[in-house]
Design a protein around this ligand. Structure first.
Ligand code: ZN
Length: 200
């Protein structure tokens, strides 16, 4: 069953979500919810959906980056962003640790901020400890675009949206992003839109 994705302004998106117990994870309600989240993510389409985006304050998110999504973007862009396919998986009660100090800036969007995109600096390497849909512990070491998705989704579970971390002067409608910025390196924006406005 596809669920409605709530938009910025809903209080659930700004609350820290609560953890799930092992019994809850294995209960039909959560198992059905995971299936609905998969359908909702594919229908959007998106590469991740967190329970707070469905109005549910639970530490639960799903991620999947399908090969057909990556085929739709330019090869250079996929390489620059270190983006490769990620099989469907579930995060429950995840803990994220940034590894190293490397940070990269790329445009990022969110299904709960429909119609907009902005440059968001994110760590290139992260390590996540989580439970899966069988309530088993899993450890994920991720880099590149996958590390970005993990940071974005786990932020949702802590009431954080990308607009809290974005370079605010890069905020663009998706239409204008497609028109002006899509095929350019992200640094190009700062050459055309100065980082600071001149003194007046
Ligand atoms: Zn989001």
């Amino acid at each position: 069953m596809k669920l409605e994705i709530v938009q910025a302004g809903e209080a659930t998106l700004r609350r820290k979500a609560r953890r799930l117990s092992r019994d809850e994870i294995l209960a039909p309600y959560i198992q059905d919810l995971i299936e609905s989240m998969r359908e909702t993510m594919r229908g959007a389409p998106g590469v991740g959906v967190a329970a707070p985006q469905l109005g549910l304050p639970l530490q639960l998110a799903v991620i999947e980056d399908r090969p057909e999504y990556i085929e739709k973007i330019q090869t250079e862009q996929a390489i620059e962003r270190q983006r490769s396919a990620i099989p469907f998986h579930v995060l429950i009660n995840p803990k994220l640790v940034v590894e190293g100090e490397e940070v990269v800036e790329f445009f990022e969007g969110c299904l709960s901020l429909a119609g907009f995109t902005a440059i968001v600096p994110r760590a290139t390497h992260v390590r996540v400890e989580s439970l899966n849909e069988k309530a088993e512990p899993v450890v994920i070491a991720a880099e590149g675009w996958y590390a970005r998705i993990l940071q974005h989704e786990i932020d949702h579970l802590n009431g954080i949206l990308y607009i809290d971390r974005m370079k605010s002067r890069s905020l663009s409608t998706l239409d204008n992003y497609t028109r002006y910025w899509k095929d350019k390196p992200s640094g190009e924006l700062w050459r055309q839109i100065p980082e600071r406005s001149p003194d007046v």
